[in-house]
Design a protein around this ligand. Structure first.
Ligand code: PLP
Length: 431
């Protein structure tokens, strides 16, 4: 039994702020994922975060499994990262011109990531993926890309076509036509699509672990098969490692699954909480970017000193193998603890995990592709979400998106989370 006990006070100030921000900002959020529209109720407003905890403006403390949607792999406000970023701000937060921290950060990535000979830093995962797609089209002189039903690659036009119904209005037919969709974990479907569109596919863009539809792992041999098909049909393979990079291992899915893509995209955990994205690959592809090549990409804040400083310290900390050993240990403890009770009570809950990124899915069967993800019971999830929120545990307000454990989570926090989650399963499913 954990000694932590936590019942939150009513979030009165948060409720008022939610109402006010809703008047000023569509939906009361600056990113639609943050909305409580799926779980109901009003959003919680936070004042600060430290380690594994996040604090709301009504004086409540939560054990945090949102992880800022991925960046907080070392927990919030790691002192080494905070210090380096503060010093960088004081020297000048943005120059719009080269500086030495860009070299240091790039060297750390080029030396440690198998597929990277050159890298470009941008400001978000969206920018990284959008730029990598343009580069792939420019290099191959082909227009189409293949992506996977239910995957998420940020909010640029050509990749928002991955949901059915389409995730957004306002996307031109041309953008959507250039994006072909196949099922994840199905090599036959990919091969058929590549064969039918022979000589037209610039790239296959894949999340090696499908994080945004329930943390779906690739089936054994699947990513190797995708690699071989891309080589056979002359399409570039782009790994979107915005979630998996520096999360499931230092070198992400490339390291875990031993498959080397032609281009890789990063964001999230790369820079200790600074706004970041990056994409990289071999020199012969990357050198096609302007100023020497013919593919355009730019950005006022790209490679700014504060982000680079955060990234360098994050890489130094993550390159200690102990960090990933600890992440695996606490993540396993969390999952084993919940699974034991789920099995005992035969509850329809699926726990899916890749390292410290996980999903708790209210479904009868494991979720293996987009179709399976449609079977998730979001009403049960909403009840569960509020039950654990009231007991000081913060999960993403989504029945399907990945949640995250950080290296700062203690075993005691994990044990408390197991107790509360198991009670939450009982309440939302059995009562
Ligand atoms: C796999 C993947 N790619 C790209 C993105 C977009 O990253 P950002 O939100 O930093 O633009 C996300 C964001 O959740 C993601 O999960």
């Amino acid at each position: 039994m954990s000694t932590i006990k936590s019942i939150t006070k009513p979030a009165i100030r948060s409720a008022k702020c939610a109402q006010r921000l809703e008047e000023l900002t569509p939906g009361g959020v600056n990113s639609s994922f943050r909305s409580f529209i799926e779980v109901g109720g009003h959003t919680i407003f936070f004042s600060h975060a430290q380690g594994s905890k996040i604090f709301d403006i009504d004086g409540n403390t939560y054990i945090d499994y949102l992880g800022a949607w991925g960046p907080a792999i070392l927990g919030y406000c790691h002192p080494q990262i905070t210090k380096a970023c503060q010093e960088a701000v004081a020297r000048g937060p943005v120059f719009g011109a080269p500086h030495e921290l860009e070299i240091q950060f790039a060297e750390l990535l080029v030396e440690n990531i198998p597929c990277i000979e050159q890298i470009r830093f941008v400001n978000s995962g969206t920018e990284a993926v959008m730029s990598a797609i343009r580069l792939a089209r420019g290099v191959t002189d082909k227009d189409k890309i293949i992506i996977f039903h239910g995957s998420y690659h940020g909010h640029s036009d050509s990749v928002l076509a991955s949901r059915i119904p389409p995730a957004s209005a306002g996307i031109t037919a041309g953008s959507a036509e250039g994006t072909l969709l196949v099922d994840y974990n199905n090599l036959d479907a990919l091969e058929k699509c590549l064969a039918e569109n022979k000589d037209e596919i610039a790239a296959v863009l894949i999340e090696p672990v499908a994080g945004s539809m329930g943390v779906i792992l690739p089936e054994p041999g699947y990513l190797k098969g995708v690699r071989e098909l891309c080589t056979t049909y002359g399409a570039l393979l782009i790994f979107d490692e915005v979630l998996t990079g520096f999360r499931i291992a230092f070198a992400g899915a490339q390291e875990v699954y031993g498959v080397i893509p032609d281009l890789v995209c990063y964001g999230k955990a790369l820079a200790g909480g600074m706004a970041v994205g990056a994409y990289g690959g071999p020199k012969k592809i990357m050198s096609e970017l302007l100023p020497y090549g013919k593919v355009y990409q730019a950005g006022t804040f790209s490679g700014n000193p504060v982000t680079m400083a955060g990234g360098i310290e994050t890489m130094k900390l993550l390159s200690n193998p102990e960090v990933f050993v600890r992440l695996e240990k606490v993540s396993k403890r969390f999952f084993d603890g919940m699974q034991k009770e789920i099995d005992k009570l035969h509850m329809p809950v699926q726990l899916q995990r890749a390292g410290s990124m996980f999903a708790i899915l209210f479904a009868e069967k494991p979720v293996r592709n987009y179709q399976d993800s449609l079977t998730i019971n979001s009403k049960q999830f909403a009840e569960f979400f509020h039950y654990i929120l009231e007991r000081g545990i913060y999960l993403p307000p989504s029945s399907i998106d990945a949640a995250f454990i950080s290296a700062a989570h203690t075993e005691e926090e994990i044990d408390y989370s197991v107790e509360v989650c198991v009670e939450g399963f009982r309440k939302s499913i059995l009562s």
